[in-house]
Design a binder for this molecule. Structure first.
Ligand SMILES: Nc1nc2c(ncn2[C@@H]2O[C@H](COP(=O)(O)OP(=O)(O)O)[C@@H](O)[C@H]2O)c(=O)[nH]1
Ligand SMILES: [Mg+2]
Length: 196
C-alpha cells in the first residue's frame, strides 16, 4: 500500500488566505494531542515540511496540501491547545468553523477522537456543529494500540450509538499510527470518496 504524496500549497491564518484549488477536499480536525500529526504522517509523505511545523509555541495555521495532484488535504489547528490564550483559542475555533462553512469543495471531515476517553466537550461540540450544518464526516478513534480490543469495540459502539440518527456519519474507524490499525481502511476511504 502506497502512502500518498502531499505537496504543501498554503498556510492560512485568515479566511482571505484560503487557496482556490478546485479539487475535492478533506479536512482533519481534533483536539490538540489527539494524534493528528502522527496520523497524517502515517498516511502521507509531506513535502516542504519545514514550512508547516506545528510544534508547541509555533504559529498555528490551517495548512493546505494537494495530494497526488488529485485532491486536497487540510490540516486544521488543534482545538483547545492549553497554552495559548483564551482569546487566540476562540479565534482559531471561529476560523475553523468559517473554513467548514465556506469551502465549497469540502467533501467530508475526519474527526479525530482519542479512543482512550469518552468524547470530551470539544469533541462533542465539533460533531454537533457538523451534524447541525449537514456536513459529512468520519470519526477516527486514535491511539487504539493503547487499549484492548474489547475497549476498542465498546468505544466504537458508543460513537455509533451516539451518532446513529446522523445522516452525515460515514464510518467510525479504529486507528493506530503505531500499529497501522485502520490505515488500510482510511486510505481506502480517501481514495474512494476523493478520487474522481
Ligand atoms: N501509542 C500511540 N501514541 C500516539 C499515537 N498517535 C500519536 N501518539 C502520541 O500522542 C502524542 C501526540 O501526538 P501528535 O500526533 O503530535 O498529536 P497532535 O497534537 O494531534 O498532532 C505524541 O506523543 C504521539 O507520539 C498512536 O497511534 N499510538
Ligand atoms: Mg500536531
Amino acid at each position: 500500500m502506497r502512502a500518498f504524496e502531499a505537496n504543501f500549497v498554503a498556510a492560512a491564518d485568515h479566511e482571505n488566505e484560503f487557496p482556490n484549488l478546485h479539487l475535492p477536499e478533506v479536512a482533519f480536525a481534533g483536539r490538540s494531542n489527539v494524534g493528528k500529526s502522527s496520523l497524517l504522517n502515517s498516511i502521507i509523505n509531506r513535502k516542504n515540511l519545514a514550512r508547516t511545523s506545528s510544534s508547541p509555541g509555533k504559529t498555528q495555521t490551517i495548512n493546505f496540501y494537494v495530494v497526488d495532484d488529485k485532491w486536497s488535504l487540510v490540516d486544521l489547528p488543534g482545538f483547545g491547545y492549553a497554552s495559548i490564550s483564551k482569546k487566540t483559542r476562540s479565534y482559531w475555533e471561529l476560523l475553523i468553523f468559517i473554513y467548514f462553512e465556506t469551502r465549497k469543495d469540502l467533501k467530508f471531515v475526519c474527526c479525530l477522537i482519542d479512543s482512550r476517553h469518552d468524547p470530551q466537550p470539544k469533541d462533542l461540540a465539533l460533531l454537533e456543529w457538523l451534524v447541525n450544518n449537514n456536513k459529512r464526516f468520519i470519526v477516527i478513534l486514535t491511539k487504539c494500540d493503547k487499549i484492548t480490543e474489547k475497549a476498542i469495540t465498546e468505544r466504537r459502539e458508543q460513537l455509533l450509538n451516539l451518532l446513529a440518527q446522523c445522516d452525515g456519519l460515514m464510518d467510525v474507524v479504529a486507528y493506530s499510527s503505531e500499529s497501522g490499525l485502520g490505515k488500510k481502511d482510511l486510505i481506502g476511504m480517501l481514495n474512494k470518496y476523493l478520487v474522481r
